[in-house]
Design a protein around this ligand. Structure first.
Ligand SMILES: Cc1cc2nc3c(=O)[nH]c(=O)nc-3n(C[C@H](O)[C@H](O)[C@H](O)COP(=O)(O)O)c2cc1C
Length: 208
């Protein structure tokens, strides 16, 4: 029995295109894998620790092999708790809207918590960086108001490009993506984009 973790990063809920596609994916996935467990992390209700002061010192001290103070250890334990929850999954589903050519700040906060030396990656001068979450797979749904898959705006896509690099950095390289765009277009184009994304979601869920 596998565990699928769904990380949701749009606050628009019933109006959200990325969530609509994710819900279609999950419906199909549960049909194919009725015994798998599915956990949802809604980044708009999840309370994340701040990543400042003690937590940052704790991170650098791990990189430099130095001991933590009591305050740093306490801050670091909160980081580890969030990371362990993330790491507990075998498979991931992410739904991500484009915000200002990148990702919503709640997702960036989550990444700043979970992407840590000794947890999600290691570094050595001899072999460089190595992701520690290998063996896991992910499906990522990206929604955006404009068109970035081709055309002049493609160079402005710091959403899909960034997130795929990030997953690769932490060792998750078995990644499939679904793009729904342009969601801020006319109704006919949007309807077709949603239908195509829903179909892809069902297809990916069947083989995930
Ligand atoms: C704060 C904010 C910033 C946005 N920035 C962009 C952008 O840079 N490029 C774009 O094409 N759409 C942008 N959009 C539009 C969203 O990407 C679009 O509405 C998408 O459907 C949002 O995903 P959702 O429907 O799952 O919430 C932005 C929307 C918001 C709320």
């Amino acid at each position: 029995m596998a565990k699928l973790l769904y990380v949701e990063s749009s606050p628009r809920k019933e109006r959200s295109y990325s969530i609509a596609v994710a819900r279609e994916f999950l419906k199909a996935y549960k049909g194919v894998h009725p015994h798998d467990s599915v956990e949802t992390l809604d980044l708009w209700t999840l309370e994340l620790p701040e990543f400042s002061g003690d937590a940052i010192n704790a991170k650098y001290k791990i990189m430099h092999g130095e001991p933590h103070t009591a305050g740093e250890a306490e801050a670091w334990n909160k980081v580890v708790d969030v990371f362990e929850r993330f790491k507990s999954a075998d498979k991931y589903l992410f739904s991500i809207p484009m915000w200002n050519f990148g990702i919503p700040y709640k997702l960036k906060h989550f990444i700043d918590i979970i992407n840590q030396p000794g947890l999600s990656f290691t570094f050595s001068p001899e072999s460089g960086y190595k992701g520690l979450l290998s063996g896991r797979s992910a499906v990522v749904i990206y929604s955006r108001g404009g068109e970035y898959l081709s055309g002049p705006a493609a160079a402005m896509d710091f959403q899909k490009t960034y997130f795929e690099r990030l997953l690769g950095f932490i060792g998750i390289t078995d990644v499939k993506s679904i793009v729904i765009e342009p969601t801020l277009s006319g109704p006919e184009l949007v309807k077709k984009a949603k239908k195509d994304a829903m179909e892809t979601a069902c297809r990916f869920a069947a083989g995930f």
